[in-house]
Design a protein around this ligand. Structure first.
Ligand code: SF4
Ligand code: SF4
Length: 62
């Protein structure tokens, strides 16, 4: 499964509201994607500033 991370962003909150499994959490250091993430990539679609980054899991399927 793909590994989803979120970089510096404008904090609009759209991804938090969109994530169907509530995997995105605000922390003092920014948004963090927890291991509840299913890799659906809805956050990637919704983000207006392309802050969501997707990396293939090492040795895994994309
Ligand atoms: S890829 Fe899907 S499950 Fe993972 S954080 Fe984004 S919206 Fe949530
Ligand atoms: S949708 Fe993008 S800009 Fe908005 S809070 Fe999420 S990562 Fe940040």
């Amino acid at each position: 499964m793909a590994v989803v991370t979120i970089g510096p962003c404008q904090g609009c909150g759209a991804c938090l509201l969109t994530c169907p499994v509530h995997a995105i959490r605000p922390t003092p250091a920014g948004l963090r994607v927890t291991d509840r993430c299913t890799g659906c990539l809805e956050c990637l679609e919704i983000c207006p500033v392309d802050a969501v980054r997707v990396d293939p899991e090492p040795g895994g399927e994309r």
